[in-house]
Design a protein around this ligand. Sequence first.
Ligand SMILES: [Zn+2]
Length: 60
Amino acid sequence: MPDIGALADQCKFYNCTHLHEPGCAVMAEVDNEGSPHYIHPNRYRIYTELSEELNAGYKY
Ligand SMILES: [Zn+2]
């Protein structure tokens, strides 16, 4: 997801997963109306689901 990837550079932690970290630039833009980097909540939800699927894939 290019828009989330671009914001990831601004996260407080370089290895941020954008799921629960403090200082996360992605979470700050979710449903942030008026922001040029606005991320729709549904889009963020899809991102978190994809992320969890990827993490699950590393188990085997
Ligand atoms: Zn983040």
